[in-house]
Design a protein around this ligand. Structure first.
Ligand SMILES: Nc1nc2c(c(=O)[nH]1)N[C@H]1C(S)=C(S)[C@@H](COP(=O)(O)O)O[C@H]1N2
Ligand SMILES: [Mo]
Length: 577
């Protein structure tokens, strides 16, 4: 009699999974690759942004000369007398700089340090920016990488560049798995600080500093700009109210650049972009990524200008205001300012080496802080589809190609003996040939692929819905995850695999694709079969699928993190954001 309590079949490919290091060993990590000085494309010409340094220096000198001669004109003197710089409508606040404002100012500075450095590291993983939704080589408007080579397969991973450890977090190359934990976790803290800041601003009279109430702010800003530029500085009433230029630049930073950064950051995620429907299609990932970067550039410019002004307009008074909350001629603020700078500098020095040494810990703490929020977004069934005319002329290839006789033989016989094994916690384990799958009802969909590295592309995919596979093999109530095993190894050896919650398999656009843009999926893009799970980042969509196993837990697979990149590159196993 057949034993109905037979242990469930286990997938033989389990044995080819590998363990992974819990830290980054430089000799085993992806070899470094230098980028180039950032370039901006104007028309067909690429201009090196380093030119902006001498040009800005020359422009500054000209500006000073111009402003000084302007101030000799009676007309301009009259204008400045009528518009001394502080809008007359600006009511002074009562309390100077209360303790909460000083604290939030420091926290903001502290958090920004992580956010900006980790953000730059993420950018270095696809060091190009575009406006259109395609990432077709040559359509980038900004890059710090050479043009895409045409004489060889050039994957997105090949394209990533190294950042020094003092600049990026954690520096090195293709470390964005770790950068993302810093970027998103600290963003959450920054957001909380920002919300508390807004709340306190508007529940006190401090908002009056920042919000211009009349058009008078523009002539006032013009007047202050001329006064600063002529090196004959305007009267400073910073303790209780700001001049026009301060008001405008602080307003833009607090009420435009910060919310814009958050919105454009979130809109780069597959789950959020999909959930936004037409809005996500129009304001596509690449445009959002470009705006996100421009907003970053604003912050850099703001910090440099603001920092310089703190020094040149009276460091003692300014640090008394912002670090001690007093408006007098004492030295009470300056030591506190030095202490704050010391904390910033030592954190700056420590964070990259720490991340490299304790990579697994950073992954774990990051998942604790924001992985669960990301997990929530997995529940949204992505349905946003595009049209045939949106299909990208170029779709970046990525990942580690199959490199085995087994695979070459399959290609040579056009996958006739290929079998997809489905096993594990299922009532009816099965093998499917390619023609079995093609005989099932086919689903076609035109969707955007969101690679974690930053590129995206639109393609039409055709294949078998995973929910149809599920209804054939019938996962048992114990089954919580589907493990996808590839025919290809990952970059560090050991088989490529990835784990999805079963709920992800039930979304309407989750399919096993055997067609791409109307033709059989090419070997480059995952032949004979690759997963499409549209609410996740690209690395979760295993190419060259060999087998699917349903399991209760994934802790005993590979290094136990839920997938190859999760094990080896410290990604999270739920990454719809
Ligand atoms: N087997 C396997 N599947 C993989 C990868 C890989 O390295 N090996 N890379 C992933 C990543 S990071 C991405 S972005 C997509 C890329 O798919 P594409 O080459 O069709 O663009 O495949 C995913 N699937
Ligand atoms: Mo990717």
């Amino acid at each position: 009699m057949p034993n109905s309590l037979q242990p469930p079949t286990t997938e033989p490919l389990r044995a080819s999974l590998s363990d992974a290091d819990d830290r980054i060993f430089l000799n085993r990590w992806m070899p470094p690759q230098k980028g180039i000085a950032p370039r901006i494309r104007i028309g067909r010409r690429w201009i090196n942004t380093l030119w902006s340094l001498p040009i800005a220096a020359a422009a500054l000198l000209c500006l000073i000369a111009l402003a000084q001669s302007l101030r000799e004109l009676p007309m301009v003197e009259v204008f400045i007398r009528q518009n001394p710089g502080i809008p007359q409508s600006a009511a002074a606040v009562d309390a100077g700089f209360p303790w909460w404002l000083q604290l939030q100012h420091f926290l903001n500075m502290f958090f920004m340090l992580f956010i900006m450095r980790a953000g730059l590291q993420i950018l270095a993983d696809h060091p190009r920016l575009y406006w259109g939704r395609d990432c077709t080589p040559g359509t980038d408007w900004f890059r710090f990488q050479v043009p895409v080579p045409k004489d060889r397969i050039w994957t997105a991973k090949d394209d990533s560049v190294t950042l020094p450890t003092w600049l990026g977090i954690p520096g090195l190359r293709h470390t964005l798995g770790l950068s993302r934990w810093w970027h998103f976790s600290i963003n959450l803290l920054w957001l909380i600080n920002g919300i508390a800041f807004y709340a306190l601003l508007f529940s006190t009279d401090q908002w009056r500093r920042l919000v211009p109430l009349t058009w008078e702010v523009f002539p006032a800003a013009m007047s202050t700009a001329i006064q600063y530029a002529s090196l004959n500085f305007p009267v400073d009433e910073g303790w209780t109210r700001y001049n026009g230029l301060q008001q405008l630049s602080y307003f833009i930073t607090v009420f435009i650049a910060a919310p814009l950064s958050i919105a454009t950051g979130l809109m780069q995620s597959p789950a959020i972009s999909n959930a936004l429907g037409w809005f996500g299609r129009v304001f596509n990932r690449q445009a959002m990524r470009s705006v996100h970067f421009i907003s970053f550039a604003w912050f850099v410019a703001f910090i440099l200008a603001h920092g310089a002004m703190v020094f040149v307009t009276g460091i003692r008074q300014n640090t008394n205001h912002m670090f001690a909350g007093v408006d007098n001629a004492s030295w009470s603020g300056f030591p506190l300012f030095l202490l704050a700078m010391g904390i910033l500098l030592s954190t700056w020095l420590v964070v990259s080496p720490f991340t490299i040494r304790y990579a697994r810990l950073v992954q774990r703490v990051g998942a604790f802080m924001i992985g669960w929020i990301m997990g929530l977004a997995e529940g949204w069934d992505p349905r946003s589809q595009l049209t045939k005319k949106d299909i990208s002329p170029y779709f970046w290839p990525n990942g580690t190609m199959p490199n085995s006789k087994e695979f070459d033989d399959l290609v040579a016989e056009n996958f006739t003996s290929y079998r997809l094994r489905v096993s594990g916690l299922v009532a009816a384990p099965r093998e499917f040939s390619l023609s079995d799958l093609k005989a099932m009802s086919k689903q076609a969909q035109i969707t955007t692929h969101f690679c974690i590295q930053g590129w995206s592309g639109v393609a039409e995919w055709g294949g078998v819905p995973m929910r149809d596979i599920l209804s054939l093999v019938k996962p048992t109530p114990d089954a919580r995850y589907a493990v996808f095993y590839s025919l290809a190894d990952g970059a560090d050896g050991g088989r490529y695999y990835d784990v999805h919650k079963i709920e992800n398999m039930c979304h309407s656009l989750t399919i096993l694709a055997y067609e791409m843009n109307g033709a059989p999926v090419s070997v480059l893009h995952g032949a004979p079969l690759r997963l499409r799970c549209e609410n996740e980042l690209g690395f979760k969509m295993v190419k060259w699928v060999a087998a699917i196993e349903f399991v209760r837990d994934f802790a005993d697979l590979g290094a136990g993190q839920g997938g190859y990149n999760e094990d080896h590159e410290f990604y999270g196993y739920r990454m719809p954001i």
